[in-house]
Design a protein. Structure first.
Length: 293
């Protein structure tokens, strides 16, 4: 499900990039036509004409690149779904999508018990005649994963040593995971029991690490999005002012080109940041086991 969601989001992002490339090409073509007419009557030097021509060609290259990416994204999505996605279910531009609901405050770590890797590790323990309740009590941290604002809780962060990320949780064995009275009647060796426990510990640690990493990224994405939006607004203003200065003859066209490049990069950066935010939400859904409400 997460793979399908990511393919859907990537297609939406590249479609928005394609629209941006089309608009940029149209804008640059208009500027080129205007400057060419001015060059023909001797109002601007040839350098201005050649400089704006480079931006037209660069925009055309980007246009074809995103046409190819959109086609490949559509193929990838169709492959994952198993059939051609109907046009009414195909994604619009990324900016037209609604973000998923944030993770509920105070989400319990028990949602991780539905993860396939943890279920697999528990089944291996059962095959070794382990008491799953005792294993969970000893090796599975029962904590709150999120704060009231949906970021990683101090309990979750406290499971890992700062800097090194070393697992800090200490097992609390109250009941024996394996009943010694049954060992003689089983073919399960001591080594096999230890391997089953080690696999379970590894699955638990991986689950909590993935949730912690995903929530850590989520905690910065909103600020990154605001910063990118602010950068876009600043570059839009710079581009507008540069055009006015060129029109009044107080600046060369190179200033307009630099401003346009910065604006285009900021626009693409905003699309990329939005895609990262959506992908983080999908990733969080996946690392929680896909079953969290």
């Amino acid at each position: 499900m997460s793979e399908v969601a990511n393919a859907y989001l990537t297609l939406a992002a590249d479609r928005e990039n394609l629209e941006l490339a089309q608009a940029t090409l149209a804008s640059q073509q208009g500027a080129y036509d205007l400057i060419r007419r001015r060059f023909e009557v001797g109002l601007v030097p040839e350098l201005d004409l050649r400089q704006v021509q480079t931006r037209v060609d660069a925009a055309r290259v980007d246009l074809y690149r995103f046409i190819e990416l959109v086609a490949r994204d559509e193929n990838a999505l169709n492959l994952l779904v198993g059939s051609t996605v109907p046009p009414d279910l195909s994604p619009p531009a990324l900016s037209g999508l609604t973000p998923m609901r944030p993770l509920s405050p105070g989400t319990s770590s028990e949602v991780l018990l539905t993860r396939p890797d943890i279920l697999q590790a528990e089944n291996l323990l059962k095959a070794a005649n382990a008491n799953i309740g005792a294993a969970r009590a000893a090796l599975f941290p029962r904590i709150t994963l999120t704060t009231s604002v949906g970021t990683a809780s101090s309990e979750l962060s406290g499971l890992f040593e700062s800097g090194s990320g070393t697992w800090m949780f200490s097992p609390r064995i109250v009941l024996p995971i394996f009943d010694p009275r049954t060992w003689a009647a089983l073919t399960v060796t001591q080594v096999e029991r230890e391997m089953a426990v080690t696999r379970y510990e590894g699955a638990v640690q991986s689950a909590f690490r993935e949730v912690a990493d995903t929530l850590a990224q989520a905690g910065t994405l909103e600020d990154r999005l605001k910063a990118q939006q602010s950068l876009l607004e600043a570059t839009e203003a710079t581009y507008r002012i540069s055009n006015l200065r060129y029109e009044k003859g107080t600046d060369i066209y190179l200033g307009v080109l630099d401003a346009q490049r910065s604006l285009y990069a900021a626009q693409q950066g905003l699309i990329t940041t939005r895609l990262t935010q959506f992908a983080n939400q999908v990733r969080l859904y996946a690392v929680l086991g896909g079953g969290a409400e």
